[in-house]
Design a binder for this molecule. Structure first.
Ligand code: TYD
Length: 130
């Protein structure tokens, strides 16, 4: 199941600090990270599933919604704090939308980039899940 991971938050009058470690706060070894930014209003990103890749998505800045779909049920998560990570296991269709101005989405992935791990067609995803 996709779920929110609460990350450490060290509060300090000089400013707050959060962190995470692979195989600790995140239940896999981090092999890659990428980030999505400068998203024009009304655009969405994602809209695909991964066969193997697990990921954690963090709103480092601003806010956006992540819709996670296991082929039967959809869950919607609003991310708007940099100390929450959304864990998404493999085999889920996911889309990111409703980006605020200056939203910055960090994605921590369990695999290097591999186009053959993507399912980019929703009907193909439903067939894959059966
Ligand atoms: P794409 O998967 O279409 O973005 P989104 O997740 O928003 O649907 O990725 C856009 C392009 O970037 C696509 O040509 C693949 C490339 N890409 C890489 O080369 N390496 C990466 O780690 C990622 C995430 C994407």
């Amino acid at each position: 199941m996709a779920h929110i991971i609460q990350l450490p938050k060290i509060e300090d009058k000089r400013g707050n600090l959060s962190f995470l470690e692979g195989d600790n706060h995140v239940p896999y070894t981090i092999e890659r990270c990428y980030w999505i930014y400068d998203v024009p209003g009304g655009e969405h990103r994602g809209g695909h599933a991964f066969k193997k890749q697990q990921e954690v998505i963090i709103a480092l800045s601003g806010s956006f919604d992540v819709i996670v779909d296991d082929g039967v049920q959809k869950q919607q998560f609003q991310l708007n704090r940099s100390y929450y990570g959304l864990y998404i296991p493999q085999g889920m269709w996911r889309q990111i939308e409703n980006f605020s101005t200056n939203a910055l989405a960090l994605i921590l992935s369990s695999t290097p980039f591999d186009e053959s791990d993507y399912i980019r067609n929703y009907n193909e995803f439903l067939t894959y899940k059966k």
